[in-house]
Design a binder for this molecule. Structure first.
Ligand code: HEM
Ligand SMILES: N[C@@H](CC(=O)c1ccccc1NC=O)C(=O)O
Length: 285
């Protein structure tokens, strides 16, 4: 395409210098990105100004969650094949996305309790608790809890997908299997178990990470893997904490629309750990 040309929104090439117009059947920006359906999805259920921000921030977060899942599933597959360099690149990207998601709270806190109260009733019983992508990411990282799949029973596609990820080894399980293949002897139950159940920390795994941290030169890629996993969990925790503080600031100690105690539920979730031995090893060293 010559410099003086541009694409019309319909995807045709338009010559701009007035000498004539040339059309072709190429694709435009809006078509490629499917902007019409995307930008038709911000439908307020009230006439309140701030409901738009509430919708947009959730939709942006869900898009980032989609990208995180894309990266983290691929990272797990690469770790399973011992292709650690590309897996690291993907996990670094996950960490950058998480930083964006954490920073998004700074936009949401411009919404006061009164602003939120003006449309909260329109949300009915819907709640972030029903975010199937968030739940999939938790399962993929290693926070398994079969009960949390049940809220999705009414949607067979989400239910099936969540059960698949629940019953498959997590990113952490796959990493521990790699440690075993690299000669760290781990109890059978750590590397082959009922994947749908919460992971139980074990001393042998902590000792394996301790050896890796004490001799990084001897196990450089595993050392790097450990730190990439810690970055991911650290950022996940920061997101959870900011969510909890934002909720406290906006609705105080009211119960949540999803039927939980609200802030008390979110505070309890701060105790969850995806990669427990990667934290406990820091004390034992
Ligand atoms: C005014 C803003 C917000 C308020 C007041 C709020 C409130 C809450 C509350 C009270 C819960 C507990 C479940 C319940 O009973 O409803 C919850 C859960 C949740 N929220 Fe929010 N939230 C807000 C914004 C967001 C945003 C922007 C996201 C981004 C996706 C989000 C994602 C989630 C998720 C994923 C859960 C489930 C957490 C878990 O199961 O550990 N929330 N929220
Ligand atoms: N649980 C929130 C409602 C809520 O936050 C929400 C509702 C619908 C769609 C997304 C939501 N966000 C996160 O939980 C509340 O109790 O106000």
């Amino acid at each position: 395409m010559a410099n003086r040309d541009a694409r019309s929104p319909e995807g045709r090439t338009v010559e701009l210098d007035g000498e004539g117009v040339h059309w072709d059947q190429d694709i435009s920006y809006g078509q490629y990105l499917q902007l019409e359906p995307l930008l038709a999805c911000q439908q307020r259920r009230s006439d309140q100004h701030d409901e738009m921000l509430f919708i947009v921030i959730h939709q942006v977060s869900e898009l980032w969650l989609k990208q995180c899942l894309h990266e983290a599933h691929a990272a797990a597959a690469h770790i399973a094949e011992e292709k650690l360099a590309p897996a690291f690149k993907m996990l670094s990207r996950v960490a950058r996305i998480q930083e964006q998601m954490i920073h998004a709270w700074e936009v949401l806190v411009t919404m006061t309790p009164a602003d939120y109260a003006s449309f909260r009733d329109s949300l009915g019983q819907s709640s972030g608790f029903q975010s199937y992508q968030y739940r999939e990411l938790e399962f993929l990282l290693g926070n398994k809890n079969p009960r949390l799949v049940e809220v999705h029973r009414g949607h067979p596609q989400h239910y099936r997908r969540l059960n698949e990820v629940l019953t498959a080894p997590s990113l952490y399980d796959i990493s521990l299997q790699l440690l075993e293949r690299r000669g760290f002897s781990l109890p059978r139950g750590c590397i082959d178990r009922d994947w749908s159940q919460p992971y139980q920390p074990c001393d042998a795994v902590e000792q394996a990470w301790a050896r890796i941290y004490r001799e990084p030169e001897a196990h450089w890629d595993l050392y790097e893997l450990a730190e990439k996993l810690v970055d991911t969990e650290y950022n996940f925790h920061k997101w959870r904490f900011s969510h909890m503080k934002t909720v406290e600031r906006i609705i105080g100690y009211k119960p949540g629309t999803g039927g939980t105690g609200g802030v008390s539920f979110l505070v309890k979730a701060l105790d969850l750990q995806f990669f427990p031995e990667l934290w406990s090893v820091r004390t034992s060293m």
